[in-house]
Design a protein. Structure first.
Length: 245
């Protein structure tokens, strides 16, 4: 019997890649998905596609760096479905560059989206889940949360932070609230399109020759949600089989 059917799941960064794939997979399993991202046209198209296949979905534009916008999408979930079972903190950016390039604005953007965005999801979702007596946070990190590579120092730092925040949250909440960290290896997505540095962009082209589809990560998220309430899958690392890194 599925433990996903009927659950209310908020997904950030849902307009493409892992977020989009997760919305589709969970909706197919009977979850009520509430999707958010900055690109409203993409959200609208995804919601229309999910509904055409019989899925339950609501959407709202979302910038995770703004706490009030995260509050709005959670309130949408509560008003439409009456509860909040899972938040998938997926929104992220990856404008890689050598530190000496001094792309300070890009550093700040990664810190704001990749770290502050996760914290905003926790800040809004945790009181609701505490009151309910149940819930689950699924935070999307990266294999960059375990090892640092050239041009990725700041990006990896943000993902190390997501890993630390997830473990701290797990230890603090305990009991009825589950915390899962999902760390993808090279996955098909639009993340690399944000790279403005020529050196980093060329390195990433070579690095991404071997990648797995976003649905592979979505299936891992489904697995974590689908466990019995007393089972908390804490960390999942998903890499291409042939990956050496």
């Amino acid at each position: 019997m599925s433990n996903v059917k009927g659950k209310v799941v908020v997904i950030t960064g849902a307009s493409s890649g892992i977020g989009e794939a997760t919305a589709r997979v969970l909706a197919e399993q009977g979850a009520h998905v509430v999707i958010g991202a900055r690109r409203e046209d993409r959200l609208e198209a995804l919601a229309s596609s999910i509904r055409s296949e019989g899925g339950s979905v609501e959407y709202h534009t979302l910038d995770v760096t703004q706490l009030e916008e995260v509050q709005t999408i959670v309130e949408l979930a509560l008003s439409r479905y009456g509860r909040l079972d899972v938040i998938v903190n997926n929104a992220g950016v990856m404008p890689l560059s050598p530190l000496e390039a001094l792309k300070v604005d890009e550093w700040n953007r990664m810190i704001d989206v990749n770290i502050r965005g996760v914290l905003h999801g926790i800040a809004v979702g945790l009181p609701v889940m505490k009151e309910q007596g149940s819930g689950q946070f699924i935070n999307i990190a990266s294999i960059g949360a375990y090892a640092v590579t050239p041009t990725a120092a700041v990006y990896c730092a943000t993902k190390y932070a997501v890993r630390a925040i997830s473990e701290g949250l797990r230890q603090e909440v305990g009991g009825d609230i589950r915390v899962t960290l999902v760390s993808p290896g090279v996955t098909e997505s639009e993340l690399a399109e944000s790279i403005s540095d020529d050196e980093a962009r060329e390195l990433m082209k070579d690095y991404r020759r071997i990648s797995i589809p976003a649905t592979a990560i979505a299936q891992s998220i489904l697995y974590a949600i689908n466990q019995p309430a007393e089972v908390d899958v804490n960390e999942i690392v998903v890499r291409p089989t042939s990956s050496m890194a």
